[in-house]
Design a protein around this ligand. Structure first.
Ligand code: FES
Length: 154
């Protein structure tokens, strides 16, 4: 979908800006919002580029940097930290061969950390896309990554 099609489908008003930005990011092909899209959005909606980029930088779910098809958000807030999120981070970094904020060479995964995901009852926890994974162990994260790769036929 183009930026103008997205704005048209959501409705051209300021209160729809976050949903419009989500849609633009989802249809970007690399899970990010490109500067060209921001320029176009600014022109179509009559909102300044500075205003849009200010909104983007406020929310961690948006990125202006190209990212993988699957965004892993590992919680590093205290309850998850106490339950071993650092070990899970190590396991993810080793399994994927990347550091925090890195993207795998095949563009499948980007690894990010996050504050509380609201699922402390199953700490340590992470999200991949919209899916929550809890009670993580190194073995469990390895199997999760393998199963996502397998589902993509890789
Ligand atoms: S502290 Fe990790 S999900 Fe709440």
């Amino acid at each position: 979908m183009t930026v103008s099609e997205i704005v048209e489908s959501r409705g051209n008003c300021r209160e729809n800006l976050l949903q419009i930005l989500h849609d633009i990011q989802d249809s970007s092909g690399d899970n990010s919002i490109h500067t060209e899209a921001i320029d176009e959005l600014s022109r179509i909606m009559g909102i300044t580029v500075a205003d849009i980029t200010g909104t983007l930088s406020f929310y961690t779910m948006f990125s202006m940097k190209p990212r993988g098809r699957h965004i892993i958000r590992l919680c590093d807030s205290p309850p998850c930290y106490i339950m071993g999120s650092e070990n899970i981070l190590d396991a993810l970094q080793k399994k994927l061969g990347i550091k925090i904020d890195g993207t795998t060479p095949d563009k499948a995964f980007t690894l990010e950390t996050s504050s509380c995901l609201g699922t402390c009852g199953v700490a340590p926890a992470m999200m991949i896309g919209d899916e929550v994974y809890g009670n993580l162990t190194a073995d469990k994260v390895s199997k999760i990554i393998d199963s996502i790769r397998k589902s993509e036929g890789r």
